[in-house]
Unconditional design. Structure first.
Length: 251
């Protein structure tokens, strides 16, 4: 590790990754944002899924001030975060064949909807099966993943494929295999993951594109306001009422 404090070096690494995805993923971001706008205008519903820490980015775009009210979390029990006990159970569940199919069979996802699937490695059974199953049901899939894993790791799905192989749009987070940006001679393992920072930024860039695209078409984007500003609750109540058939987290 070169000169500079570990904090400085992490910020440098994160900023470098953000610049890369801004420049290298611009076309994919525009395509994904347009896909979501198309889904909204056609009456479809929006869903986001991520397992473990990938779920943090999914939750970041659901019921969020400044975000699209129509984005729903497609939750899988035991995989939404690290609150499951033991926390290692989530990692095991992500590798179970058939679990994604059971979730989709009991979810509101249907033809004409869009599903954002976030998986850093994209190699486990859950995200691969989720993408395959969603497309079989007529939904569009946007995958957010590190494409590098497909060339440096083995798939854990029976098909031998990765999340990136079953998406309508792929957003490459550029995160290195192992998700740790820093090394230090006095520390035996690499440290300081940046995947959450980058993945969340990618998704916010996509949703900003969606909102602007809807506005360009003369459609008011169904955005939420903060409940901590005057008039926020009243604004949100109007949006919830108008789109109540496409918002599932308030039922």
């Amino acid at each position: 590790m070169s000169d500079g404090t570990p904090a400085d070096l992490f910020f440098d690494a994160a900023i470098g990754l953000l610049q890369r995805v801004r420049d290298e993923e611009a076309e994919a971001i525009a395509t994904a944002g347009t896909l979501l706008a198309d889904t909204v205008t056609a009456g479809g519903r929006l869903f986001a899924f991520g397992a473990g820490h990938s779920s943090l980015a999914a939750q970041d775009v659901v019921y969020r001030a400044g975000g699209l009210a129509l984005m729903n979390l497609l939750a899988v029990p035991g995989l939404v975060g690290v609150d499951v006990m033991p926390a290692t159970l989530g990692s095991r569940l992500e590798r179970v064949d058939g679990l994604a199919t059971a979730v989709l069979d009991t979810s509101p996802l249907r033809t004409g909807d869009a599903l954002v699937i976030i998986s850093l490695s994209g190699r486990n059974a859950m995200p691969v099966e989720m993408a395959i199953g969603a497309r079989e049901r007529g939904a569009k899939v946007i995958g957010v993943t590190s494409v590098a894993y497909a060339t440096q790791t083995a798939s854990r799905h029976s098909s031998g494929t990765y999340l990136k192989d079953h998406c309508d749009v792929v957003l490459d987070s550029k995160i290195a295999v192992g998700d740790a940006e820093l090394t230090l001679d006095t520390i035996p393992a690499p440290f300081a993951p940046a995947s959450t920072v980058v993945t969340s930024a990618l998704l916010q860039a996509v949703l900003a594109t969606t909102a602007a695209t809807l506005a360009d078409r003369g459609v008011e984007p169904p955005l939420l306001r903060s409940g901590n500003v005057d008039g926020g609750h009243e604004w949100n109540a109007r949006v919830f009422e108008e789109y109540r058939d496409r918002i599932f987290y308030q039922h």
